[in-house]
Ligand binder design. Structure first.
Ligand SMILES: [Mn+2]
Length: 420
């Protein structure tokens, strides 16, 4: 049996935060949520999937018109022609109360009830799917608690839209504990709602497939569906098949090796080519971060518009790469030995920090000051196991390391302020 688990399709949701500029692949990014669904259907057919389960948020909200529903019905009809059944539940975005328009779906598609848990048994496959959809947007009760006991002799799948035990950035809907899910006795939990793919447990399998298509700069990397292979009632493999039609990426450039702004552009070329290669032919919306203490800092800071545009022009050359944003966070390059020769406040701080690292008495005094501070820290900062502080400053080596960090962070900023 090959079970396919997907969630959070958010069909027709716009991709957010894409700035238009000359040469940007606007067309390729539009409609990415639909292309991802088409890709999912194609992979299900190619790999002869036995059953597709969709764990909520198929739609991003109420349909603007019937086109969204018609699109989904068409895709489900392709699966019907390949004899692939589909079971789905509603999530907070497509809760029964939020979707005002309705369209019949092909007979291979089964929506599970929103008023009570429902079970669909696929006898030929030896699979039972248990689930309950969202009747309204804010479901704050533990839906899974009322799911039925597993059916003996078949492979039991729990289909659930949930925040589990709480995930940052996600509304705390249908909360439940992974332990309670495990105790239910099902063989696989197909979860939706949390957009980052995550395996909560392998015995039994409890997985968030993540959303099908990244929609903004924080949803980076491959997105798709989990293909679950079941042999003789046991899961033998869970694998991601990326079906996203466009990719979001973070590309970092360490400008510390750059002697000029042109060098930064060259380094960015490598970073963007890397992001394009990882996306395997998909258009890429990349956030480019330029960082580090660099001799190129002054040139970049003198004419940020020019260099941002140079980087966008570079992106246009690098296949279908779109710079969602360019973040310039370089600081001036510095030579600590040279800074110590300065006769201003920056020089004084540089000399003090340099001396501190080699002055045992001064390090000892610093440690006493830190101990005083540590005693005032709230007990929550102590680890549960040992009662010790996670932040350790009680030996000379870690103190020297901390001073070096202060040099690295503080001196470039003082220098930039001094240049003013
Ligand atoms: Mn959701």
């Amino acid at each position: 049996v090959k079970l396919v688990h997907a969630a959070d399709l958010h069909i027709d949701s716009p991709l957010r935060g894409l700035e238009r500029y000359e040469g940007a692949p606007v067309g390729a990014m539009r409609g990415a949520t639909r292309r991802a669904v088409e890709n999912l259907v194609a992979v299900c057919i190619e790999e002869r999937a036995s059953l597709l389960v969709l764990a909520g948020d198929l739609y991003d909200g109420d349909w603007k018109d019937y086109a969204t529903g018609l699109f989904f019905a068409q895709q489900m009809a392709r699966l019907a022609a390949a004899d692939i059944p589909v079971a789905w539940i509603r999530g907070n975005h497509d809760a029964a109360s939020r979707i005002s328009r309705h369209l019949g779906l092909p007979a291979n598609v089964r929506e599970l009830d929103t008023r009570a848990p429902e079970t669909v048994v696929y006898e030929a496959l030896g699979v039972a799917v248990h689930g309950q959809g969202f009747a309204q947007r804010a479901v704050t009760t533990d839906l899974a608690a009322r799911y039925p006991d597993p059916i003996r002799g078949v492979f039991n799948v729990g289909l659930l839209h949930t925040s589990a035990d709480g995930k940052p950035g996600h509304e705390p809907y249908a909360p439940c504990s992974p332990d309670a899910l495990a105790d239910k006795g099902y063989d696989y939990w197909a979860l939706g709602h949390v957009h980052a793919r995550e395996v909560l447990s392998r015995d039994p399998w409890i997985c968030f497939s993540g959303n099908l298509q990244g929609r903004h700069a924080r949803e980076t990397g491959p997105k798709g569906a989990l293909f679950v292979t079941v042999r003789e009632g046991a899961v033998t493999d869970v694998a991601l098949r990326a079906v996203d039609a466009a990719r979001w990426a973070r590309a970092e450039v360490d400008a510390s090796a750059a002697a000029s702004a042109h060098d930064v552009v060259d380094l960015a070329r490598e970073a963007l080519e890397g992001a394009a290669a990882e996306a395997e032919g998909r258009p890429v919306a990349a956030r480019l971060l330029v960082r580090g203490a660099s001799r190129a800092h002054d040139a970049l800071a003198d004419d940020p518009d020019r260099w941002e545009t140079e980087l966008r022009a570079l992106a246009n050359e690098t296949g279908e790469v779109w710079l969602e944003r360019v973040v310039m966070e370089t600081v001036p390059a510095m030579d600590p030995a040279e800074l110590e020769l300065r006769d201003d406040a920056v020089g004084q701080v540089a000399r003090t920090l340099a001396a501190l690292k080699n002055d045992e008495a001064a390090l000892g005094a610093l440690r006493e000051r830190i101990d005083e501070l540590v005693r005032k820290l709230p007990s929550e900062l102590r680890t549960r196991e040992t009662g010790e502080l996670e932040l350790r400053m009680d030996d000379r080596a870690s103190l020297r390391h901390a001073v070096a960090e202060v040099e690295r962070v503080l001196l470039p900023r003082l220098l930039a302020a001094a240049r003013g």
